[in-house]
Write a new protein. Structure first.
Length: 207
């Protein structure tokens, strides 16, 4: 599990040149994360291949946890664009299942990188929740399910499906289940957990 570096705020790129540097850093990190386990990825080598100074890398990503969590943000952002127009006729839970299954397929194309991103995201959740992908993931699920004004109950359901999906994905990446089982488990989890999304909380009594 990667360790969080001493806390310092990551800089936000603003100019086109800064944004280009960040894109190059993320591309280099993805290449190294694909080729090596997370513990063997060296920030100095990422900076070298991105064509930036090591100080520039640390300015935007104070640790490997920041760096690989940012990569997961990028992956989820890609899914948001792909999921913007779900197939017509799908129930909310079915639409979410399609997005998550597609995400599994994409992540499994580079399993070592997927593990690095998920491990980093898990590390970010504890000491620095704002770094984690949780809010981005929630926005994706709610938008895909067509929930415009989510209730506390909706957020609870999304939190449960996020935790379940990460568990299914980790089991697949670690070889405990195969592709078909992972996809079947994801679809079942969505059917069980998200069938009531966008509806009143059934555990609350109505007057």
């Amino acid at each position: 599990m990667p360790r969080i570096a001493e806390h310092r705020e990551a800089a936000e790129p603003s100019s086109p040149e800064q944004k280009d540097r960040v894109r190059r850093i993320l591309r280099a990190a993805a290449e190294h994360g694909t080729a090596h386990p997370l513990e063997r990825v060296q920030m100095q080598e990422v900076a070298r291949d991105a064509g930036v100074a090591i100080a520039t890398l640390y300015r935007y990503f104070p640790s490997k946890t920041h760096l690989f969590t940012a990569l997961l943000h990028h992956q989820v952002g890609g899914l948001q664009r792909w999921a913007a127009s779900p197939a017509p006729g799908l129930a909310p839970d079915e639409a979410v299942a399609e997005v998550l299954v597609e995400a599994q397929r994409r992540l499994q194309e580079r399993p070592q990188l997927a593990l690095a991103m998920l491990q980093s995201n898990n590390a970010a959740v504890g000491p620095s929740p704002s770094m984690a992908v949780t809010s981005t993931f929630a926005d994706l699920i709610l938008a895909t399910a067509g929930v415009e004004v989510p209730t506390a109950h909706d957020h609870r359901l999304v939190r449960l499906i996020e935790q379940t999906w990460y568990g299914v994905l980790m089991s697949r990446l670690n070889g405990h289940i195969d592709d078909a089982e992972a996809e079947s488990d994801t679809r079942l989890a969505c059917a069980l957990l998200l069938g009531g999304i966008g509806r009143p909380d059934p555990t609350k009594e109505t007057p």
